[in-house]
Design a protein around this ligand. Structure first.
Ligand SMILES: Cc1ncc(COP(=O)(O)O)c(C=O)c1O
Length: 355
């Protein structure tokens, strides 16, 4: 007899992007922010004492939640803070899906969702995006009506790995038509022109999930949150680990969120570099999906995506390649500093002219 649950034994698990140790590698593969977190975070870090670490952290993250509630113009009861937004997503699969239920998401979107469904050992309902990676909103609602067990839907916006933004009114139509909980995963929203926070505060079945990993440059901290109806937030609080967010993360997250100017300035720099990269790649003949995120989803000209991935890697530039029918012709390139992007473009220029 196996010691491991059958469904766990069958799991492949999530494959995170590579984290190379060689500092000479230009790392454009996991959508991190190339700029440092706010100096207010450094100041808060210096204020952390060893004796403070001997105490458990606030299990309810009240100081940070209050600040986030102020930011979003909502109440404390409408904010949940987690150990990265990945934890928030995982808790949603435990709070909102029955054991014989189904989790929905668009394909392609964030590759963690189907892993979360496998971990929960529940069904998956992947709704295909259109050929240009836009959303078949009304058809999706009809398709999901035929799957009443689908009680949770992850709607990534801007989408990953494509970077496309779905207009808020389309997201609203989807949320109004779907019978279960919709988690609008806004990991990349600070690089975008529009957000759906207001939907989470208006509609009883919507949560908006955010992360400190991208625009706040704090992927190493593990901090994310959700806003939405108090009943949904309360459900997440009932099932979380006792101390799911460590004390250092609470203090540094509070400092980061307080310095909105720093975050917004860095996001604007990333957006400016994204637009320059987009124009340069299009000029070289790449097909570039319109992006409102801190990465570009591109199809290289006259060369297989995997071949270009390997060639870039040989030049110590790491981007992301997702094998598969919908994704295998594309590369996802994180927007780095201008210097990173100049190095990338110089190698890509050589590769394209050698074709
Ligand atoms: C769409 C999306 N959601 C959530 C996350 C995870 O964020 P966190 O680092 O807060 O767990 C990522 C990370 O890449 C992502 O791409």
């Amino acid at each position: 007899m196996s010691l491991i649950r059958r469904s766990v034994e069958a799991l492949k698990g999530y494959t995170p992007g590579e984290q190379p140790i060689d500092p000479a590698i230009v790392k454009l593969n996991t959508n991190e922010n190339p700029y440092a977190p706010s100096p207010k975070v450094a100041e808060a870090l210096r204020g952390i004492t060893l004796s403070g670490l001997s105490r458990y952290p606030d299990p309810m993250c009240v100081a940070l939640r209050k600040r986030l509630a102020e930011l979003h113009g909502c109440s404390l009861e409408q904010v949940f803070v987690g150990n990265g937004s990945d934890e928030v997503l995982a808790l949603c699969t435990r709070a909102f899906v029955e054991n014989d239920g189904t989790i929905g998401f668009f394909n392609p979107s964030y590759s963690l969702y189907n892993v979360l469904a496998e971990i929960r050992d529940v069904g998956q309902h992947a709704v295909s995006l259109n050929d240009d990676f836009s959303w078949p909103i009304d058809a999706a609602v009809v398709e999901l009506t035929d799957d009443p067990g689908c009680s949770l839907f992850f709607f990534t916006n801007p989408n990953a790995p494509t970077g496309r933004l779905c207009p808020r009114e389309d997201v609203r139509r989807f949320c109004a038509g779907f019978g279960g909980v919709v988690v609008v995963d806004e990991a990349y929203v600070d690089f975008s022109s529009e957000d759906c926070a207001s939907l989470a505060l208006e509609l009883d079945n919507v949560l908006v999930a955010r992360t400190f990993s991208k625009s706040y440059s704090l992927a190493g901290l593990r901090l994310g949150y959700a806003i939405g109806a108090p009943a949904l937030i309360e459900a997440l609080y009932k099932i979380k680990d006792s101390y799911n967010v460590d004390g250092i993360a609470q203090v540094l997250g509070l400092a980061a969120v307080t310095d909105q100017g720093w975050m917004k300035d860095n996001a604007a720099r990333v957006v400016a570099t994204r637009e320059r990269l987009c124009a340069a790649l299009e000029h070289l003949g790449f097909r570039v999906c319109p992006s409102q995120a801190n990465f570009l989803w591109v199809e290289p000209p006259a060369m297989e995506a995997k071949e270009m991935f390997d060639a870039l890697r040989a030049h110590r530039i790491l981007v992301r390649y997702f094998p598969g029918e919908r994704t295998g012709r594309f590369l996802r390139i994180t927007v780095g500093t201008d210097d990173h992007i100049d190095r990338l473009l110089s190698v890509v220029n050589t590769l394209c002219s050698g074709v």
